[in-house]
Design a protein. Structure first.
Length: 119
């Protein structure tokens, strides 16, 4: 009769990795992880860079909105004065549009600057 070989229950030893190879593998692994984190958090559309960029744009737009709201209030006040204050309306018509009442004479004063004579 032939004898059956039994498998030995000896544990196999793990392959020995040299310290320099282990060091290199850890550096490569760290580099890969760093690259993945950089890609995910910084370079994507939802990344940190994009977040800061959008926050800056929001602040700029908020400043622009505040400026436009102030201009809108000033224009509304001007409109109300033009609609409700006849003296103001008359002053604006005379100053900006050089208008006069019937029978008035309008004089335009022209001021000439003296030219410096060059020697």
């Amino acid at each position: 009769m032939a004898r059956k070989r039994s498998r030995s229950k000896r544990s196999r030893k793990a392959p020995v990795i040299s310290p320099t190879l282990r060091s290199r593998l850890s550096w490569v692994g760290a580099g890969v992880i760093l690259f993945i984190l950089l890609r995910v958090f910084v370079l994507q559309d939802e990344g940190v860079y994009q977040l800061f960029k959008l926050r800056g744009e929001i602040k700029e737009l908020e400043r622009r909105i505040a400026t436009l709201e102030n201009q809108n209030k000033e224009l509304e006040q001007e409109r109300d004065r033009l609609l409700n204050d006849p003296e103001y309306l008359e002053r604006i018509a005379r100053e900006r549009f050089r208008m006069a009442k019937p029978g008035e004479k309008v004089f335009h004063v022209v001021i000439e600057e003296k030219r410096r004579e060059t020697p």
